[in-house]
Design a protein around this ligand. Structure first.
Ligand SMILES: Nc1ncnc2c1ncn2[C@@H]1O[C@H](COP(=O)(O)OP(=O)(O)O)[C@@H](O)[C@H]1O
Ligand SMILES: [Mg+2]
Length: 259
């Protein structure tokens, strides 16, 4: 069986600076991979090149057996349908001029033949589709007509998640999905994401600088520093003696913060 996602020796530069340096990793369908790294380590750049939002300099990204080449529109279109992304800041990812229900169903308008099974019974009514999606992410239908500025940060992120799951992607990339939220809301959003992953059988590429969150969400963890993967392991191996020194440092900081 081929891997769902395979990244081989990926290099990305900006203005001559190497931002991602020889990244290789694989993900199987249904598996979730966490990327942990400090600010500036290249996490968001990685998520952008995987989704084709940005081009790569060297190496390749292969999704479901098809190489992602930004010059070939067809593979990009397939990729976009099966890979969705939830960004850190829901305020900048929702259109301020649209009632939020329209943002939630936006991907469905671009891929009219990609309706997931759980929306089939309402497929003739866009607003009903939004209502089903809102229900899935724990939002009241009373909020459908609101504009982004009329929602809390947590509610806006739920709308962004509703949009992210609207095509039932095989892979949902979550780039620090709780970092902009109040601490009290973060756990609720993590729990929601975990529930949805099980319910919809999605894989996550879950990006964070919060080790506890990555541990909670993922089967495997990759440690990114200065654009290089220093360490990669199954989550249950996180305390192993064989971990990279840098990983051990992250673990000890996380343990101290938890006290
Ligand atoms: N569009 C860009 N142009 C130039 N440099 C960039 C661009 N995007 C990111 N960078 C640089 O790449 C590095 C990694 O950024 P980023 O991927 O956002 O890290 P992270 O998400 O881990 O905080 C940073 O040094 C950042 O300044
Ligand atoms: Mg980032």
């Amino acid at each position: 069986m081929t891997n769902m996602l395979e990244i081989n020796s990926l290099t990305k530069t900006y203005g001559g600076n190497v931002i991602l340096n020889g990244i290789s990793l694989t993900m199987n369908q249904g598996e979730s991979l966490g990327i942990i790294g400090e600010s500036g380590s290249g996490k968001s750049t990685l998520s952008r090149v995987i989704t084709g939002l940005d081009n790569i300099d060297e190496g390749e990204v292969v999704f479901q057996g098809i190489s992602l080449d930004p010059k070939k529109g067809k593979s990009l279109k397939k990729l976009r349908r099966h890979v969705q992304i939830v960004f850190q800041d829901p305020s900048s990812s929702l259109n301020p001029k649209l009632p939020v229900w329209k943002s939630a169903i936006e991907p469905l308008e671009n891929y009219t033949d990609a309706m997931p099974a759980y929306l089939q019974h309402v497929k003739h009514n866009k607003k009903s589709m939004a209502e089903v999606l809102f229900n899935k992410v724990g939002l009241s239908k009373d909020l459908l007509e609101r504009y982004p500025h009329q929602l809390s940060g947590g509610q806006k992120q739920r709308v962004a998640i509703a949009r992210g799951i609207s095509l039932q992607p095989d892979l949902l990339i979550c780039d620090e999905p709780t970092s902009s939220l109040d601490v009290s809301i973060q756990a609720q959003i993590l729990n929601l994401l975990k529930e949805l992953k099980r319910d919809l059988n999605m894989s996550y590429l879950f990006i964070s600088h919060d080790l506890a969150a990555v541990q909670f969400m993922c089967d495997k963890i990759a440690v990114l520093k200065d654009g290089t993967i220093l360490d990669m392991f199954r989550t249950e191996e996180i305390f192993s003696e064989t971990r990279h020194e840098y990983t051990k440092k992250l673990v000890s900081i996380a343990l101290q913060n938890a006290l």
